[in-house]
Design a protein around this ligand. Sequence first.
Ligand SMILES: C[S@@+](CC[C@H](N)C(=O)[O-])C[C@H]1O[C@@H](n2cnc3c(N)ncnc32)[C@H](O)[C@@H]1O
Length: 197
Amino acid sequence: MSTYDRHAADYDATRGGAPRASAAAEAISSLLPQGGTVLDLATGTGIVAAELRRLGHSVVGVDVSDGMLRHAANRLPGSVARADAEAIPLHTASAAAVVAIWFLHLLDDATPVLNEVARVLAPGGVFVTTADKRAASRLSWGASVDDGTEADRPALLVRDCAAVGLDLAAATTFVGVGQATGARQDPVYPVLAFRRT
Ligand SMILES: C[S@@+](CC[C@H](N)C(=O)[O-])C[C@H]1O[C@@H](n2cnc3c(N)ncnc32)[C@H](O)[C@@H]1O
């Protein structure tokens, strides 16, 4: 059982719900190409994927948590599958775009996932990912940001993506709307776009 199976029922409500998903999707959409299918790696409940679809993108989602996927299947009927991001069920050089939202910070080492992203992207294809998830959260509490080693730290991501043929192309941010509580402000999350060489 995946850890996220236990959180599937309350995941959306405890992560900013539709306002967070909408803000994330707007930012990600601004970095995506028009046309072609977008693969949402670690789609979770599909809440961001559904917003990307509302913005006009064709989206399919994969995740390893059956609990999360049940919610995603309701949002994206016929367009979700159980798959590990380290073994993406797509042909080499077949995808126009891959996105990963609030995913890479969970990994000890993002390289196997980045290798797979680079493999499935067609030349010129785009990989869009959130970065600095935990640092953004710490800042929203007024806590200091250390030199953390999470796999989604921007400097590490740029280095590790370049090593597999993904060059930094653009960046933006989105506000984690709905996450402010007490003295905490809504976090601001970086989003980076890489182009497959
Ligand atoms: C923090 S949630 C983010 C979900 C969604 N992207 C969002 O922003 O709402 C992280 C997700 O990553 C999934 N996950 C963790 N490891 C994975 C892996 N190796 N391959 C695919 N999904 C994975 C979890 O099951 C969970 O649904």
